[in-house]
Design a protein around this ligand. Structure first.
Ligand code: SF4
Length: 384
């Protein structure tokens, strides 16, 4: 039972991925159970909490500009409290206190439960405090969670990543892979369904490398969850091509409950760049998996992520990526301009593609994908 410690108004602003959306829903649950009133973003809060993302410079810049604005507000309203959670806390830690003296508290992704007592401590002492645990799993299954949708639920099953894609900050901010035991995932999924949830999306930075107790694999976990009677649909994100196996494709094919939308980041069509990114596969490996999945599940729609302008990318590499979009004909693609992240292996490589070239290449990919999406998927992709 959580002791009611406060009646202050708090706003939670969430940046980044679905994992952060889930963490914000958990944070809201603990805060409301402790008596806080969680209100929409904006004015009138006593406490401003931001759940942050480090995946691209742009995401961090948004938080820095918010902190700048809140620091100005504090000049006239010194009683307000400002706090951060999420990946920027894991990446920068106490350095953020030095850079932003008006920042009052920080919680790591493994300490969300401690939010109420931490804020209470700041309200009492007006001193900066931080709780950033270094190990363990940052997943909290709790019936206190405040979901935004009565019929859909995010369900994280693992965190962290053991891959070392050179451009990626996730291994730094979320650590090594840790999977929730399959029996706990099954119990939480059953609990959600008993609350009326019909559609569950399984979350993980590299969801298909999930390994539960006794080495329950991701395909096996999916089949287990398909046994939950009133659960109508199961989706999952994000997958890595290296762990997209024949076993997984067979399980999707024989279970209509499993979503017919499959998101599989390719990142580049060039083998040279895939090697430089340490993606552990070639373009042809990826293409062969897509062909096999489409053979087994003809109504599958596939979306992807692409990074343009990665270190050393030549016009030839860019052409290979354009060819990949034309050849695979994705239902949709999230296209990003490469953003060097300090602390990643690629930070040692030159960020040598000028921004105007990144923009021009990004635009060309966007035009190709728009044309394909409009032609092949005029009514949008089969996201069901
Ligand atoms: S698999 Fe995904 S989360 Fe893991 S390092 Fe690569 S891009 Fe990052």
């Amino acid at each position: 039972m959580i002791k009611k410690v406060s009646s202050h108004k708090i706003s939670i602003e969430t940046f980044g991925c679905q994992m952060n959306e889930y963490d914000s829903q958990v944070a809201r649950g603990f805060l409301e159970a402790a008596g806080f009133e969680v209100i929409g973003e904006g004015n009138g809060s006593d406490v401003y909490l931001m759940n942050t993302c480090s995946v691209r410079e742009h995401a961090e810049d948004k938080v820095y500009s918010r902190l700048g604005k809140l620091s100005k507000i504090k000049k006239t309203k010194p009683e307000i409290i400002v706090g951060l959670m999420g990946c920027m806390v894991e990446e920068h830690k106490e350095k953020l206190f030095r850079r932003f003296p008006d920042l009052d508290f920080m919680v790591g992704t493994r300490n969300i439960k401690e939010l109420p007592s931490l804020i209470e401590e700041v309200l009492r002492t007006r001193k900066q405090v931080a709780q950033i645990k270094r190990d363990g799993i940052s997943i909290e299954y709790t019936d206190l969670i405040k979901r935004d949708n009565a019929f859909h639920a995010w369900l994280p099953i693992m965190t962290g990543c053991d891959k070392v894609c050179t451009y990626c900050i996730v291994p730094v901010t979320r650590g090594r892979e840790v999977s929730m035991p399959a029996r706990e995932v099954f119990r939480e999924a059953s609990r959600l369904v008993s609350e009326g949830v019909k559609h569950i999306t399984l979350l993980g930075q590299n969801v298909n490398s999930y390994h539960g107790e006794k080495s329950v694999s991701f395909p096996q976990l999916l089949e287990m969850l398909c046994q939950i009677e009133r659960l109508e649909q199961i989706s999952f994100t994000t997958s890595h091509p290296h762990d997209a196996t024949e076993e997984l494709f067979q399980v999707i094919a024989r279970n209509p409950k499993i979503s017919r939308h499959f998101h599989l980041p390719l990142q580049s069509g060039s083998d040279r760049i895939l090697k430089r990114m340490k993606r552990l596969h070639t373009y042809q490996d990826y293409k062969a998996k897509i062909d096999r999945l489409r053979e087994l599940v003809p109504d599958i729609s596939i979306t992807t992520d692409m990074i343009t302008g990665f270190s050393g990318e030549t016009e030839e590499d860019h052409k290979a990526t354009k060819r990949a979009l034309e050849e695979i004909r994705f239902g949709g693609a999230y296209l990003f301009k490469y953003s060097l992240r300090p602390g990643t292996p690629a930070a040692k490589l030159p960020d040598d593609i000028p921004m105007d070239v990144k923009k021009r290449r990004h635009h060309e990919l966007l035009e190709i994908q728009k044309r394909i999406s409009n032609k092949d998927f005029p009514f949008g992709i089969n996201a069901s």
